[in-house]
Design a binder for this molecule. Sequence first.
Ligand code: ATP
Length: 372
Amino acid sequence: MTEEFGEKLTPLPYRIALLPGDGIGPEVTDEAARLLGAVSRLDPAITFEVERLAWNADYFLEHGTMMPPDGLQILGEFDAIFLGAVGDKRVPDHIALRQLIFAIRQGFDQYVNLRPVKLLRGAPTPLVDRTESDIDMVFVRENSEGEYSGVGSLEYAGTPDEVALQTSVFSRKGIERVMRFAFDMARARHQPLQSISKGNALNYSGVLWDRIFAETCELYPDVEAENLLVDAAAYHMVRTPERFGVVVASNLFGDILTDLGAALAGGLGFAASANLCPGKEFPSMFEPVHGSAPDIAGRHAANPIASLWAVGMMLSDLGYAHWERWILDAVESVLLEGSWRTPDLGGHARTRDVTDAVIQALETSQRLAPSA
Ligand code: ATP
């Protein structure tokens, strides 16, 4: 199904592949599509053609795979991909993830997973006496190799002697490119950089990571950078979150620390992410960090803010950084006003109501803006 938003006379529409997925995935991607429609209405120079691709658990049960054999070719024709969430108890998680999300991340060389951990005004944090100025960091998670490379084997499967071998793959090229991306970002944001590893225990991968971090520091003498062990980083994120700016971490460590970050910044309903192919050879993919949340699926209770934020990140990547700022401003004004909160924030608003309120706040701010 294809939906078109915006006027016909404008430049070619951006083609967006929407992968709603499972559980609350379709609910939050519907909200993302509605926000894109609103952006087009407010700025007719930006138009979108949104196509939904139902590659999810139902698709797997019918076809035996999470996407068609030419799935990457199909997605390669789009300007960007927007994913809801994948996860359904009828399909083992490791199969669903590897056949869809990891296949896209690795197939499209989306080697940067950008995850902001930023407390919005009006969002709750469990940390006492902490405000937005204390919790404002962004994770640059290595997204193509490391602990999630998928290399390994199961030996003597099903016997008392079975052994699982899970090999982490850390290449110099892979570390260098993500490290430089993070340093560039720290320089641009005028923030300190933290490199996360476990070089004292991981005597090959951790040592190489730390060595390349030290080499990169030499190239960026103007960036204040420090090396933290992953366990110490978890401790400091809670005790002194203001210490963190741009945080570069491997796949697994970045995954775990960003869930901690989500908890600090209001919960999973606030965690957005971008899987970037910085060279732009392939489309990038944007998604809320949360899973399919089967416990609340179908109840109109999902918090759509992570999904709306991910739309902002997508617009930023397409060259409209001001729209990400405007979307976040609108979300903050809705949070501060307080009437439209989903149950995870102690309110009674439905998913759709929150998006409506955000769109209304955007419309109001655009009407009031001098250039609007
Ligand atoms: P996955 O393994 O795919 O990350 P998970 O079960 O670990 O999945 P989620 O599916 O994200 O994690 O859900 C964890 C908890 O957070 C659930 O109780 C869920 O209801 C809640 N949750 C997740 N996302 C949202 C959201 N957008 N709005 C409200 N609650 C959410």
